[in-house]
Design a protein around this ligand. Sequence first.
Ligand SMILES: C[S@@+](CC[C@H](N)C(=O)[O-])C[C@H]1O[C@@H](n2cnc3c(N)ncnc32)[C@H](O)[C@@H]1O
Length: 283
Amino acid sequence: MKTYKEIKIKTEPFDVDLLSGFLWQLDIDGINEFDDYLLVFISENKSVSLEEINLLMEKLVEDKFINSFDIEFQTLEEKNWNEEYEKNVKVVEVTEKIVIKPSFKEYNPKPNQLVITIDPKMSFGTGDHATTKLILSHLEKIVKGNEFVLDVGSGTGILGITAVKLGAAKAICIDNDEWCYLNGNENVKMNELNEKVDVRLCEIKDVEEKDFDLILANINKPILINIVDDLKIKFKKEGTLILSGLLNIDEIDIISLYESKGFVLNDKSQLEEWIALVFKTNS
Ligand SMILES: C[S@@+](CC[C@H](N)C(=O)[O-])C[C@H]1O[C@@H](n2cnc3c(N)ncnc32)[C@H](O)[C@@H]1O
């Protein structure tokens, strides 16, 4: 029987979301967020250790990102993990228009609402995290119709799928995690977008297409620093890049790097301590 480690991390209520963002940067399978604790799920084939998680937590306290934490773990059978997961994934009204709904929850949409079905399983991208919400809100304003979109670090495929539901012509969703590749494909099928959303298990350097109008990347600061040149060459002459997965303290570093590469800052937004940056490119 396949097992998972379930790690319960108790912390202050206002630290839960921030902590979740840091933990997602480790090689884990999934996180469920509660009022004052998180459950982190790690399957047998993941490399991250409890010690690594403990060290991260201690560093976050030392660097004053969080005030305190308490950690405990148990080993679970896969079946129980799935039941636990379904109990805690909810419908998220991201904006007045965009609603993200798991297939196993009921929702009666109001006129003009766009309901996207996402079963995240073990992938990031329920619609409930601030970084996802920030990009979705920008997408609603930016997508005018017919765009060719690249979603880098696509997780559940939530951003690419929503872009197409808003009117984009086609999206390529890439993730280097196999769970995300499988899960992204399931979500594309559930939204009946097989012809328009192409999910790939790869990194940006493996993408051959170079004529995107819109690129979305909700990853994290080190990766966004690494891929700046790869992103630049993927655009048509003019295009829009939306970045998230960044804390407000990362803003200056990221803007100066991206502007030094020819991107021009066009808009930005913040939710809790997370930010999204919108850049234009014209070369
Ligand atoms: C924060 S999640 C974002 C998921 C989703 N796009 C959203 O906005 O909710 C980041 C995703 O990036 C993926 N990822 C991390 N490094 C990557 C890389 N170098 N290339 C492609 N995907 C990567 C992770 O597997 C994860 O699914």
